[in-house]
Design a protein around this ligand. Structure first.
Ligand code: SF4
Length: 200
């Protein structure tokens, strides 16, 4: 077995073990109404990680992030820049259990859940983190982020590049924002290409 393959398999095993622990989590009140813990999906060896705020109804029922209408739109953007949730990205949320009536996750729920995301992050060690929407961007990039003004801007935190983009659910409500968001995804593609070239 090559060293690289062994390393990839170790990451996959660690992620599975983390998922098993997370599936029993009762650290905040959101555990009461969930059908599934929506842990995350994708490649634990990905260079890029997408982070949303929390699961909605479809996600709660299926146990996978971004599988409703907004998720289908996200998949279209990913496809447009040669990314795919099954093979070369990792997608997770700030909170892993669905907030009732799709309300924003409360600060205390975010604080209770964020250690799971940190552990996912430390297994994946992505080079680029894309925050989907204001809640994720304010938790991960900076608390006072102005998502409509700062979307598409590149930040650097702890050696990791980070970019906020509009949440796909917001794009469904405001289709005029779809074209600028495609520009943001093209920028993500360029950044990834630069990162990979620098790694060679
Ligand atoms: S939202 Fe997070 S912290 Fe709260 S119960 Fe679910 S997994 Fe645990």
């Amino acid at each position: 077995m090559s060293g690289e393959k062994a390393y990839d398999e170790q990451k996959a095993e660690k992620m599975l073990e983390l998922q098993q622990r997370c599936s029993e989590c009762q650290k905040c009140g959101l555990c009461a109404g969930r059908h599934n813990v929506v842990f995350g999906v994708g490649d634990p060896c990905a260079d890029i990680m997408f982070i949303g705020e929390g699961p909605g109804e479809q996600e709660d029922l299926k146990g996978e992030p971004f599988v409703g209408k907004a998720g289908q739109l996200l998949d279209k953007y990913l496809t447009a820049v040669d990314l795919d949730r099954r093979s070369n990205v990792y997608i997770a949320n700030i909170v892993k259990c669905r907030p009732p009536q799709n309300r924003d996750p409360l600060p205390e729920e975010q604080d209770a859940c964020i250690p799971w995301l940190r552990e996912q992050f430390s297994i994946i060690r992505p080079k680029l983190v894309v925050c989907l929407g204001r809640i994720a961007a304010s938790k991960i990039i900076k608390p006072d982020i102005r998502i409509t003004r700062e979307r598409g801007k590149v930040f650097r935190k702890g050696g990791v590049l980070m970019m906020p983009v509009l949440h796909p659910a917001a794009l469904l409500r405001n289709p005029a924002d779809k074209a600028p968001t495609l520009e943001d995804f093209l920028k993500i593609q360029e950044l990834l290409s630069d990162i990979r070239n620098n790694d060679e």
